[in-house]
Each structure stands twice: as C-alpha cells, then as structure tokens.
Design a protein around this ligand. Structure first.
Ligand SMILES: Nc1ncnc2c1ncn2[C@@H]1O[C@H](COP(=O)(O)OP(=O)(O)OP(=O)(O)O)[C@@H](O)[C@H]1O
Length: 306
C-alpha cells in the first residue's frame, strides 16, 4: 500500500540562511499513529508546516495520499487536517459556526450531520451555540480538533496536542486520538512528552537539529535501545568491586550495599548467569534481586545527547 505521507530529501533553509531541515526522508503508513519526538527547535513544527502547505520547502518532494503537495496542492490539502499549537479563530464566533466555516475553507459542501458527529465525539455538542471566548481551555483544545476534522481528513497532524494540558485532559485527548485511529485516520503527532509517545505511538521518529536520526516501531525501539538493570541487595556491605568483576558492567552503590549490573535488553542472559556464579564463587550473598527496564525517556535522552 502506498504511504499516506511520503517525504523525500526535504530541506528547509530559512531566510537568513538557517537550515532547519536537513535531507529528511520519511514515510507514514495508512492508519498508524506516528510520534515525532524531538527537543525544542529540532524542526518539528517546520516539517509539519511544510507538509500541511503553510510553509514552503527549499527542496525535496512531499506527497500526501500520492498527491504532490506543491503540484497537486488542493488534492493533497483536502486529505490533511492540522491541529495547530494555538487556536486562531474569532473569539466571538460560536462553536458551530467556527467548525462549519473550517469545512467551507476546503470547498466541501455543508454537511451538518458530519459537524454534529464531530462535536458529539469531542463532547462539544452542548456548547455548539456558545461563543468561543466562553469555552474553557480544554474545550478550546477540543474545538481545534473539531475544526481540523470538519472536512473529514484522512490524515491528522497534531502539533503538541497536550502541551500545558492537565493530566486528566491529556488522558481524554489520548483516548480521542485512539478512537480516530480506530476510524481509520492516520495520525502524526509531535510531542515533547515522551510519556505521550510511549503511550500512543505505533512508530516513533526522533528528530534532532533538523535531522531524522531514527525511525522505529515503538516496541522494537524499546527492546533494541533499552537497557536492563539488575540490582542485588547484598547481605554484607562491600568496600569495593571485587577484582573478578572488574571487567563486568557492574557498579557498587555509594553505601556499598548494592551491586548494579547493566545490560542490553537484547543481550542474552548469559552475563547475568556469569555474574551470579562469580558472586557465588566469591561467597558474596545477596538478600534481594530486582530488575528494571529503561523507559523511552531514558532511551530518548541517550539519543539526543549522543
Ligand atoms: N521563520 C523562521 N525564520 C528563521 N528561523 C526559524 C523560523 N522558524 C523557525 N526557525 C528556526 O528553525 C528551527 C526549528 O524550529 P521549529 O519551530 O520547527 O522547531 P520545533 O522542533 O517545532 O521546536 P518546539 O518544540 O520548540 O516547537 C529553530 O532553530 C527555529 O529557531
């Protein structure tokens, strides 16, 4: 199946000469949730703006649903909904009008049935006659999504959908995004919140200083780059790591009561067996043994600081 979004050799050089995107290549599959993760200023918004037709690329080729976003602008744009970081709608407008108007911008015939469905799905139906200025912050966020869905897009971009949102609303948003995906919408979200990518994404792309440094299935990423840690609580305090363990990836806790052994998730368990055997040979007893896997956050921090 052709990808919903295909980006080839995309470059963006801003006026003044700053290169915000460097030869980006990326394909987004139909029906997936793709999280684009990167630190401040990495180029996430720039990339989304180009794909959504709000900014020009310097070179490269981008297609949405097979349509070139420059040569076949209208067809490509019709397929895409964008939830920007900030709401840009007249505060005096009503919810119903704002969402209906958004649909009209795409040249689509009015469809009150669809607008009603979207507003109900986003729990905004009761507020349809309210002016936007009377909505709470969370409702305004949902309104932005409603506007983006007004023209029935196949692909939805969410630019930091939960920045500054409380935990409860964040969970609601996640739930909503999942429902959209169930209905066949392809979703690309940018986020600073690694927790969000971990919770939601099927695949993750990491962008750093304008370059995509990795694209991977979430599960594979976590098993490939994740580390495991084995902590042994010692029966008796150690002054230092015994010579026999010097070549192993072992650390001694500051108080001397714990040995910490770190290994790659993918690595076979042979190292652990060897460690435990050596401890047995040395007569070092332990009371307790715990393992821990690194979170996506640790993987991400490791990646962007490499
Ligand atoms: N209009 C512009 N002119 C010049 N440089 C720009 C312009 N817009 C963005 N940049 C620069 O391009 C880089 C990427 O910015 P962008 O907003 O795409 O990053 P981001 O990953 O979305 O960051 P954040 O997470 O902070 O939103 C930054 O260094 C930024 O200063």
């Amino acid at each position: 199946m052709q990808p919903d979004i295909s980006v080839k050799n995309l470059n963006k050089v801003y006026e003044g000469g700053f290169q915000a995107l460097k030869n980006i290549n990326l394909e987004i599959k139909r029906g997936e949730i793709f999280a684009l993760l990167g630190p401040n200023g990495a180029g996430k918004t720039t990339m989304i703006s180009i794909i959504c037709g709000l900014a020009n690329m310097s070179s490269g080729e981008v297609k949405a649903g097979g349509h070139d976003i420059v040569k076949d602008y209208r067809k490509a744009r019709e397929l895409i909904g964008l939830v920007p970081q900030e709401l840009n709608t007249d505060a005096f407008e009503t919810v119903w009008k704002a969402v209906s108007f958004s649909r009209g911008l795409f040249g689509k015939a009015p469809n009150p049935g669809h607008i009603e469905k979207v507003l109900r799905a986003l729990s905004l139906w009761d507020k349809r006659n309210n002016r936007i200025m009377t909505l709470s912050g969370g409702m305004k966020r949902r309104l932005m999504i409603a506007k983006a869905l007004s023209h029935e897009p196949q692909i939805l971009f969410l630019d930091e959908p939960t920045a500054g949102v409380d935990v409860e609303l964040r969970r609601d948003m996640w739930e909503m995004v999942r429902k959209l995906r169930e209905n066949g919408v392809t979703i690309i979200l940018t986020t600073h919140y690694i927790e969000e990518a971990e919770e939601m994404a099927d695949r993750i792309g990491v962008i750093r200083q304008g370059e995509i440094i990795l694209v991977e299935d979430k599960a594979q990423l976590m098993s490939k780059l994740g580390k495991k840690e084995l902590r042994l609580q010692l029966q008796n305090r150690l002054e230092q790591i015994p010579g026999q363990l010097m070549l192993e990836p072992v650390e001694l806790s500051e108080d001397g009561h714990e040995l910490i052994y770190t290994f790659d998730s993918q690595q076979e368990q042979a190292g652990v067996a060897r460690l435990l055997r050596t401890l047995g040979d040395l007569g070092i007893d332990y009371r307790d043994l715990r393992t821990r896997e690194s979170s996506l956050e640790e993987i991400f921090v490791g990646l962007v600081h490499e």
